[in-house]
Design a protein around this ligand. Structure first.
Ligand SMILES: C[S@@+](CC[C@H](N)C(=O)[O-])C[C@H]1O[C@@H](n2cnc3c(N)ncnc32)[C@H](O)[C@@H]1O
Ligand code: SF4
Length: 381
C-alpha cells in the first residue's frame, strides 16, 4: 500500500452496526445482537483505523463521525480510544468536530456525560416524531417525553447537537406535521435534519406495503419544512439538513463537497486518493464476517476500485447538487462533456436549477425532485 504525498484534509467515519431493536423502515447496516463482545469490537475498529492511517499519513483530519446502527450503544471507552487514536494518527485542529449518533432511550442518555468526556462534541439524536402514536408506528423504543428529555440533556451536555425527524407517515396531514415541526423548533439548537419516510426494499414496511406519501402531500410537507425552518433562521443547506449559519455538520458537508474520507467498520465506505484517481473503498457488510477478516488481515475491505472519469463526474453531481450552494466552478471542469445541455436548459428554464459564475446549483424545487434532475442531466450516460 503506497503512502501518497497528499495534504488534502480527511474525514473519518466509524460504523457501529448494533441497535437495541430494528425499526421497520430502516435499511441501514444495523443488527440486533444478543451479546456484543465490546473488547473484541474495540480492538478490531482500532486495527482498521490503524490500517487506513498508514496510507494517509501526514494528512489533517477535519471531522470524525460515529454512525450506525446506534453508536451510543458502544462503550464510551471505545469512543475515547478511537478518538485518541485519530488524534495520534493525524494532525487534528483543536476544534475537531466529533459527532455521535444516539437514540433517546434512557440506557443511552445515561451515558451522554461519559461520551462527552470521551471527546464527543456533537450529538445527533434520532427523535423522528413528538407524537407517541407515530413513534409506535415507527417501532421506536422511546416516547415523545423521553425524546424531549434526551434533547434537553443533549443541549446541556454537548457544545453542539442536532436531532432527526421523519415526515410523510401514512395519513399524516400538513397540519399534523407542522405541529410536530413547531415542537421541534421550541427544542432545537442550531441544526435539524428532516427526512421524508422512504419505503426501502427488504424492510418490514416494504413487505407490508406501507404506502409512501403521495407526491402532493410530499411536496406540501417539504414546503412547510422549508418555510417554517427558514423563517426561524435554520437555513436549508442540504435537501434534509437545516442549520444556522456556521453550524452545518462539517463532516457531511466535506463529504458532499467531494472530500476524502476513511470508512471504518462493517459496511462503511470510503473515498481516498489513490495512485491514479479517487478510490472507492467498501468494507465487508456482515458484522461477524468483517470482524473475522479484520482479525485475520488487519482490515475488512471487500472491494476497492479507482473511479473512472465518468463515475467521478456522476458522483460530483449526485453529492454536490444535494447542497443549496451546489457545485463551485472549480469542480465543474470535466463535467461539461457529461452534462446533457438540453436537459440543463430545460431544468434552468423550469426553475429547477441555476447556473452562474459561482457554479451550478439546484433550487429548492430542484432538490425536491433530485432524482429526476439527475436523470435529465445525465440523459446521455
Ligand atoms: C442511523 S439512523 C440515526 C441514529 C439512530 N440509529 C436512530 O435511529 O435514532 C439515521 C437517521 O436516518 C433516518 N432514516 C432511517 N431510515 C429512514 C427511512 N426509511 N426514511 C426516512 N428516514 C430514515 C432517521 O431519521 C434516522 O434517525
Ligand atoms: S433507525 Fe436507527 S435505531 Fe432504528 S434500526 Fe435503523 S439504525 Fe437502528
Amino acid at each position: 500500500m503506497a503512502v501518497l504525498d497528499n495534504n488534502d484534509p480527511l474525514s473519518v467515519y466509524i460504523h457501529w452496526p448494533f441497535c437495541a431493536s430494528k425499526c421497520p423502515y430502516c435499511d441501514f447496516n444495523s443488527h440486533v445482537a444478543d451479546t456484543v463482545d465490546h473488547a473484541r469490537w474495540r480492538r478490531a475498529l482500532l486495527a482498521e483505523l490503524d490500517y487506513f492511517a498508514r496510507e494517509t499519513k501526514g494528512r489533517a483530519v477535519t471531522s470524525v463521525f460515529f454512525g450506525g446502527g446506534t453508536p451510543s450503544l458502544m462503550e464510551p471507552e471505545t469512543a475515547a480510544l478511537l478518538i485518541g487514536a485519530v488524534k495520534g494518527h493525524w494532525d487534528a485542529p483543536s476544534d475537531l468536530e466529533i459527532t455521535l449518533e444516539a437514540n433517546p432511550s434512557t440506557a443511552e442518555t445515561n451515558l451522554f456525560g461519559a461520551f462527552r468526556d470521551a471527546g464527543v462534541n456533537r450529538l445527533s439524536l434520532g427523535v423522528q416524531s413528538f407524537d407517541d402514536k407515530n413513534l409506535k408506528f415507527l417501532g421506536r423504543g422511546h416516547s415523545a417525553a423521553e425524546a424531549i428529555s434526551a434533547i434537553n440533556l443533549a443541549a446541556r451536555t454537548f457544545p453542539r447537537f442536532s436531532f432527526d425527524l421523519i415526515h410523510g407517515l401514512p395519513g399524516q396531514t400538513p397540519d399534523q406535521w407542522e405541529k410536530d415541526l413547531r415542537t421541534a423548533l421550541d427544542l432545537a439548537g442550531d441544526h435539524l435534519s428532516v427526512y421524508q419516510l422512504t419505503i426501502e426494499p427488504g424492510t418490514p414496511f416494504f413487505r407490508d406495503h406501507v404506502p409512501a406519501a403521495d407526491e402532493d402531500t410530499g411536496t406540501a410537507l417539504y414546503e412547510i419544512t422549508q418555510t417554517v425552518l427558514d423563517n426561524a433562521g435554520l437555513e436549508a443547506y442540504e435537501i434534509s439538513n437545516h442549520a444556522r449559519p456556521g453550524h452545518q455538520c462539517r463532516h457531511n458537508l466535506e463529504i458532499w463537497r467531494g472530500g476524502d474520507y476513511a470508512g471504518i467498520g462493517p459496511g462503511a465506505h470510503g473515498r481516498l486518493a489513490g495512485a491514479s484517481g479517487t478510490d472507492a473503498i467498501y468494507q465487508i457488510h456482515t458484522p461477524e464476517r468483517w470482524l473475522e477478516k479484520v482479525e485475520a488481515d488487519g482490515h475488512g475491505t471487500a472491494k476497492r476500485s479507482t473511479l473512472d472519469a465518468r463515475e467521478q463526474a456522476e458522483e460530483i453531481l449526485m453529492t454536490g447538487l444535494r447542497l443549496s450552494d451546489g457545485i463551485g466552478r472549480d469542480r465543474l471542469q470535466g463535467l461539461e462533456n457529461i452534462i446533457d445541455e438540453g436537459g440543463l436548459k430545460r431544468l434552468t428554464d423550469g426553475g429547477f436549477m441555476e447556473t452562474d459564475e459561482a457554479g451550478l446549483r439546484t433550487t429548492a424545487s430542484g432538490r425536491l425532485c433530485l432524482n429526476e434532475v439527475l436523470r435529465q442531466l445525465l440523459a446521455n450516460f
